[in-house]
Design a protein around this ligand. Structure first.
Ligand code: PEP
Ligand code: MN
Length: 335
């Protein structure tokens, strides 16, 4: 249930309504908006009687929320969430590209790639310092040393840093370096990690589990939102299907479906969906045309020697003309 306060409701009235929600044994989650404050009622087991709140001072209306993911739902937050990072806006009518190698490698290689991407206007550099590899003998990432290199990339280029956080133990460390914390597909259901992410204010890019439904993705986001961190972005990165011509299957329809269900920004990762470089440009364009708010793309200027995922990396030079196309398609879609 959502209790929408009047435009001119006072803080005292908002606090009184929150208290009466708590007195009924529920949790109150106030959400200040541009126009007015709304209070989301959480932890109710069944339907709540609207009359308990509709006549309280300052209340405009009480709306039933039908979805189990209350804070992520468009029902409680009809306007888009726009996440602001280092002066860049993600979500709403903005279009954002995040690009970079799969893993953090040598400082020299990161600088080289980051310089190229920054030079073409890319605002966020992606690379994993901690890597959740399928097998234990594959490169596992440089860890802390990788984070130091990413900090240097940010100082050098001004780009924001997107990097993966794999567990609760390393969260403080990774959050100290990252501008956007990526939660990988293998961790979408790591509820201990999601709860901790709710307690900090760092933006989170939550990837869809490779076999997760959209409801499961939105409930995972709800863990973070209900902890108080409203800076959540969702990422469609391909799902497991019977098709074996690509690494995963990009669920393009997830983009319009999510746009109808949630106010959170939606980012498409064409690289892990495709698995092969030659497919990546087409899937990028499909993601933009479907209405994504941004893309996260693996790019490497020496893919043959990449520490991981070289087979799906775009050459930064190939990104340059794509960026122009993204812009054109995004504008056309949002006309
Ligand atoms: C990655 O971004 O390099 C990655 C491991 O992604 P995913 O979690 O989608 O597999
Ligand atoms: Mn990768």
């Amino acid at each position: 249930m959502l209790i929408v306060m009047k435009k001119d409701a006072t803080q005292v009235e908002i606090d009184q309504v929150s208290q009466s929600v708590i007195d009924q044994g529920f949790e109150a989650h106030p959400m200040p908006g541009a126009q007015c404050t709304a209070i989301c009622v959480l932890k109710n087991k069944g339907a709540v009687d609207a009359n308990m709140f509709s006549n309280l001072p300052g209340v405009r209306e009480v709306i039933r929320v039908t979805k189990p993911y209350k804070l992520a739902s468009i029902e409680t937050h009809p306007g888009p969430t726009v996440v602001e990072i280092r002066g860049e806006k993600i979500g709403g009518n903005n279009f954002t590209v995040m690009a970079g190698p799969c893993s953090v490698e040598t400082e020299e290689s990161m600088f080289r790639n980051a310089d190229k991407l920054a030079g073409m206007g890319v605002k966020f550099f992606r690379a994993g310092a901690y890597k959740p590899r399928t097998g234990p003998y594959s490169f596992q990432g440089l860890g802390e040393e990788g984070l130091r290199i990413l900090e240097k990339v940010r100082d050098r280029t001004g780009m924001g840093i997107v990097t993966e956080v794999m567990d609760v133990e390393t969260l403080p460390l990774v959050a100290g370096s990252a501008d956007i914390l990526q939660v990988g597909t293998r961790n979408m259901s790591n509820t201990s990690l999601l709860k901790q992410l709710g307690k900090i204010n760092k933006p989170v890019l939550l990837k869809r589990g490779m076999s997760a439904s959209l409801e499961e993705l939105l409930l995972a986001a709800e863990y973070i939102l209900s902890g108080g961190n409203h800076n959540v972005m969702l990422c469609e990165r391909g799902i497991r299907t019977f098709s074996n011509h690509s690494r995963n299957t990009l669920d393009v329809a997830a983009v319009p479906a999510l746009r109808a269900l949630t106010h959170l920004p939606i980012i498409v990762d064409p690289s892990h969906a495709a698995g092969y470089t030659y497919m990546v440009p087409s899937l990028c364009l499909a993601g933009v045309a479907a209405g994504a708010h941004g893309l996260i793309v693996e790019a490497h200027d020496d893919a043959a020697n990449a520490y991981s995922d070289g087979q799906q990396a775009l050459h930064p030079e190939d990104m340059e003309k794509l960026l122009v196309q993204f812009d054109m398609i995004h504008k056309a879609v949002n006309l």
